[in-house]
Unconditional design. Structure first.
Length: 325
């Protein structure tokens, strides 16, 4: 039973995501966390006035406490009622924390539009998965934005949640997703969010430090499995993995750039403001819509390896701590 408890929810959650992804009509707890963040942001701005760094720290603490405390209490209650009911509930929770299918579906909408030469539709599709301004992007810019998003979210959306599932099951994954959702909503480096999102940004950087680097290594291995340029993936990762304002984002982007022989990164506009960014990778060839599909293949291969590692880690931990039962 202990081994089933350790491994099955993670494996079932990953499999559910591969099969059905996130149905848009289905209630999603991450959206509820987003609503909580929005409500608390308004309250913090009203209550803390000019002391927004302090308020942002309080906001982060409340979000993390509620986002982990609620699922922990639910699982404690459900496992107490019935072991298999608890397994089912935790499997669904793990499913909610993985975003591989959604990432592939949304990015492939961009690819499909580009292959139909529908630039306006491609801009609209890519605007749904990136934070930058997309109105002025040409075909290459749209493709590059989609590839970068898939590469970065291979860690944020899949490998990192699996990493924290290995450490703490669904509760660990919700802790990570709450921090990552805060980072995506209030951690912009501008006048409006610089102070209130300071704590959220630092927490996200800390939580992603190990998973992003592990995911990068798994993507290098995956590039060899997929017969991409594994040697160049490792080379560009060593050279360009720090070429980002975030200590983590360029880890997987650099691997993807090297594996595909592309140059990613560069300047981008956010909310009408130009952000200077370094280039990542070498332009060994021109980028093409098919590279979005290749990036997704790389993401899935690395995620599959990460799933095996996470399941094996939990199985070994149970055997060592509890014995086999």
């Amino acid at each position: 039973m202990n081994l089933i408890y350790a491994v099955l929810p993670i494996a079932a959650g990953f499999l559910l995501d591969c099969i059905i992804g996130d149905p848009y009509w289905l209630f999603h707890p991450i959206r509820l966390i987003g609503s909580l963040i929005s409500a608390l942001e308004k309250a913090v701005r009203r209550l803390f006035g000019r002391h927004l760094r302090l308020g942002g720290s309080a906001l982060a603490a409340v979000v993390l406490l509620l986002s982990t405390g609620v699922p922990a209490a639910m699982l404690f209650f459900l496992y107490g009622l019935n072991f298999w009911l608890g397994i089912a509930a935790e499997s669904i929770m793990c499913f909610y924390c993985i975003a591989a299918k959604c990432l592939k579906t949304e990015s492939m909408k961009v690819c499909a539009s580009l292959e139909k030469n529908d630039i306006e539709q491609a801009r609209k599709a890519v605007s749904m998965i990136v934070g930058r301004d997309t109105k002025s992007l040409d075909e290459a810019g749209i493709t590059r934005a989609a590839v970068e998003t898939v590469a970065e979210n291979a860690s944020d959306g899949v490998c990192a949640p699996l990493f924290y599932m290995a450490l703490g099951g669904a509760v660990g994954a919700f802790f990570y997703k709450a921090a990552n959702t805060m980072d995506s909503m209030i951690a912009y480096k501008n006048e409006k969010y610089g102070d209130i999102g300071f704590a959220a940004a630092k927490i996200d950087d800390i939580l992603n430090f190990v998973p992003s680097r592990l995911c990068a290594l798994l993507m290098i291995i995956s590039s060899g499995i997929l017969r991409l340029d594994m040697k160049n993936a490792a080379k560009i990762w060593r050279r360009d993995r720090r070429k980002h304002s975030s200590p983590n984002s360029a880890q997987t982007e650099s691997v993807c750039a090297g594996a595909l022989g592309l140059r990613l990164g560069g300047d981008a506009y956010y909310f009408g403001e130009l952000h200077k960014k370094q280039f990542i990778g070498d332009e060994l060839r021109e980028i093409e819509p098919r590279d979005i599909r290749r990036a997704n293949d790389l993401m899935y291969a690395a995620s599959g390896i990460m799933l095996i590692i996470a399941a094996a880690f939990r199985a070994v931990a149970v055997i060592v701590l509890c014995g086999i039962s």
